[in-house]
Design a binder for this molecule. Structure first.
Ligand SMILES: Nc1ncnc2[nH]cnc12
Ligand SMILES: [Zn+2]
Length: 324
């Protein structure tokens, strides 16, 4: 089994249906509109977000969040992952009645529990959500910049790409950059190549969440390759959300062949009927990636990780010990 690293997973979106059902029982909620036969139910991005927000609202206490992070990172480690970055969302925490600090501390506690059991190294990327609005995104950036939590190492923007413009987020990203945080932004998932170009022009991230629709513009693909911007690709998510019709139509191999740095990620795994392990399996089966090529993807992810140099070297040494 190849060693793996993940850069792109929304922690609320990693809650398995069984865990969500348990939380719903705890808080007296009916899951039947959103979970049927042990599987999340949605049919487009808007209804996906409705199911996601319903489930997120069932994580309310520090222990709920600690258990969620522990659960997810432990399952990742069992699938061969040595490193995990998760997107956190102070907006969801506040809606559930927890302060951003209590929420972040709790997730950090869960990550440390998973590390104690399995050795997996975890970090958090605080995100603002586009469809909540610019003000909340700047609030999230200010929180990320001043929270001082040792596992918070990045800042990002996610949510419905069809709302707002990249330029609206420049201030938030400047706050995060000045605080020394790594920068990633969702672009080129639900909207076309223009969003990816706008992200590069206005935000200057080292990584792009998805970015796959850059394939629509060969000049932009060349620019991504030349500038060494890392793409956090999530093929299973893209097919589930019908960004592309099939894995045969997915641009992962073409982006890689054009010299773009690509990584494999699960995004919101149970919502898209995937896992990090399945993403590596998809790449082996549909993109003809050898074990060596998959190990190189893991290496790209670790090199692009928002983690201190010493930890990065230790992770690369672990990878190099088994993959040559
Ligand atoms: N796939 C996705 N795209 C944008 N925002 C998200 N938030 C959670 N999952 C997301
Ligand atoms: Zn995402």
């Amino acid at each position: 089994m190849p060693l793996k690293a993940e850069l792109h997973c929304h922690i609320e979106g990693a809650a398995a249906p069984e865990l969500v059902i348990r939380q719903a029982q705890k808080y007296g909620k009916d899951t039947s509109p959103y979970i049927q036969n042990g599987s999340f139910v949605w049919h487009d991005f808007t209804s996906f977000l409705a199911a996601y927000d319903f489930s997120s609202d069932l994580f309310r206490t520090e222990e709920d969040y600690a258990r969620l992070a522990d659960h997810y990172l432990t399952s990742l480690a069992r699938d061969g992952a040595i490193y995990s970055e998760v997107f956190t969302s102070p907006d969801h925490a506040e809606k559930a009645g927890l302060s951003p600090k209590a929420y972040t501390d709790a997730l950090g506690e869960g990550m440390l529990r998973a590390k104690a059991k399995t050795g997996i190294e975890g970090r958090m990327i605080v995100t603002g959500v586009r469809h909540v609005g610019v003000e909340s995104i700047e609030r999230a950036a200010r929180f990320a910049a001043r929270c001082g939590h040792p596992l918070v190492t990045g800042f990002g923007v996610a949510g419905d790409e069809r709302m707002g413009d990249m330029e609206d987020y420049v201030r938030a990203f400047e706050i995060a950059r000045e605080a020394g945080l790594g920068i990633t932004v969702h672009a080129g998932e639900l909207t076309g190549w223009e969003t990816v170009q706008a992200a590069l022009d206005h935000i200057r991230p080292s990584r792009i969440g998805h970015g796959v629709r850059a394939i629509e513009n060969p000049d932009l693909v060349r620019r991504i390759a030349d500038e060494g911007v890392v793409l956090e690709c999530c093929p299973g998510s893209n097919i589930a959300l019908k960004v592309f019709d099939s894995f045969a139509d997915h641009p992962f191999p073409a982006l890689k062949a054009a010299g773009c740095k690509v990584t494999l990620n699960s995004d919101d795994p149970p919502y898209f009927w995937t896992s990090l392990k399945r993403e590596y399996d998809i790449a082996a089966e549909h993109f003809a990636m050898s074990e060596k090529a998959l190990a190189a993807v893991t290496r790209t992810a670790i090199e692009a990780a928002f983690v201190d140099r010493k930890t990065k070297s230790a992770l690369l040494a672990r990878l190099n010990a088994v993959a040559r």
